[in-house]
Ligand binder design. Structure first.
Ligand code: 5GP
Ligand code: ZN
Length: 120
């Protein structure tokens, strides 16, 4: 698949150069626990290829993003989120500075588990 950005921390995680607590992996997608969780369940899903943010997503990413979005509920349950509708989870893609994005490699946050949460 396509390139990694050598300066990008999530590329390094996707390449296994920085360790992570893995939730899921396939050829195109890696999911891993957030290092600073603010809900009982908090993991990130990333494309292995470097895409800076959702703002750069184009038609060539539609299938991948669709797969990530439909995988999120399965991984959420696997990681301990309670089922819809009493349970559930929050799925977030921070995009750009105004969107609160700190790591510029497209990632989907999945938050869940019993409340209260530290944030959100
Ligand atoms: P953003 O604000 O960009 O949407 O979220 C970036 C997230 O990445 C933050 O929740 C932060 O805790 C997480 N994060 C940053 N560096 C690392 C890391 O090296 N490993 C892991 N597992 N998570 C990280
Ligand atoms: Zn990257």
């Amino acid at each position: 698949m396509s390139e990694h950005d050598p300066a990008c921390i999530f590329c390094k995680i996707a390449e296994g150069k920085i360790p992570s607590r893995k939730v899921y992996e396939d050829d195109e997608i890696l999911a891993f626990h957030d290092i600073n969780p603010w809900a009982p369940v908090h993991f990130l899903m990333v494309p292995k290829a470097h895409v800076p943010s959702l703002a750069q997503a184009g038609p060539e990413h539609a299938a991948l993003l669709g797969r990530m979005m439909t995988l999120a509920p399965k991984l959420a349950l696997q990681e301990g989120c309670r089922p819809y509708p009493k349970g559930g989870y929050r799925v977030v893609i921070n995009t750009g500075d105004d969107g609160g994005q700190e790591v510029h490699h497209l990632h989907i946050h999945v938050f869940g588990g019993p409340r209260p949460w530290a944030k959100g």
